[in-house]
Write a protein that binds this ligand. Structure first.
Ligand SMILES: [Zn+2]
Length: 234
């Protein structure tokens, strides 16, 4: 499985990082999160927005989805004819449609069919041969239900965990071993990450990196920071 980081900053703007966006796969790439500037980051990665297999939004904070309308606009202005599914938290479906109407970007105007599918605990296939499982967490507030998700991607018996933003690791305690864990480090610390999934991941890489870094005391020893544009094959 090929992962490319398109944006690795936290919710604070940074000169050298864009906000959250990940590209999963090459031939049929899936975009997971879509912060501001993702359309440009796709261009820099050599990927046409029109070639995306699907888009997944983990939650509706702007650093994870404010670039969506711009990505959809690239698809609309391009020659995309293939259907698009945008997966997003159930409470966000009505809001994203209202947001697109505000931009005069109603999906009915696109030259392709665009579906908004609520994430659930059911595994789904955002691209051929790629399975994804959405795991709800309480990042949007205690008891916020299915408003925010972590995502596990599985391809040919290799699993990659993307925590997205999380209040803790409580929802992720499970048996699965990950070839790669992409762990945010703004709301949880590297020490938390090591304790929660250190033994369950062959490799851990930190993202959602605040301008001052993720250092808490001793720093993120033993961890690597992701960089915009970086590609990892697992
Ligand atoms: Zn965030």
């Amino acid at each position: 499985m090929r992962i490319q980081f398109l944006g690795t900053s936290s919710a604070l703007a940074a000169a050298d990082r864009g906000p959250s966006a990940l590209l999963i796969g090459v031939a049929d790439p899936v975009l997971c999160d879509c912060g501001d500037g993702t359309a440009r980051a796709l261009e820099q990665a050599g990927v046409a927005a029109g070639d995306l297999a699907a888009v997944i939004i983990t939650h509706t904070h702007p650093d994870h989805c404010s670039g969506l309308v711009w990505v959809l606009q690239q698809m609309r202005l391009g020659d995309r004819s293939r259907e698009l599914t945008v997966y997003l938290p159930p409470p966000a479906v009505a809001g994203v449609k209202a947001m697109l109407a505000w931009y005069a970007m109603e999906p009915e105007k696109y030259p392709f069919s665009c579906r908004f599918t609520p994430l659930s605990r059911e595994a789904f296939h955002p691209a051929e041969g790629l399975e994804a499982e959405a795991i709800p967490n309480d990042h949007m507030g205690p008891g916020s239900g299915e408003a925010s998700f972590s995502i596990v991607f599985r391809e040919r018996h290799r699993s990659v965990l993307y925590t997205s933003d999380i209040p803790s690791f409580a929802h992720l305690k499970r048996e699965e071993r990950y070839a790669l864990a992409i762990a945010e480090c703004t709301h949880v610390t590297p020490a938390d990450i090591r304790e929660a999934i250190g033994a369950g991941a062959e490799r851990i890489i930190l993202t959602h990196i605040p301008p001052q870094g993720c250092e808490t005391g001793g720093g993120p020893a033993g961890f690597a920071y992701a960089a915009d544009g970086q590609i990892i094959e697992v």
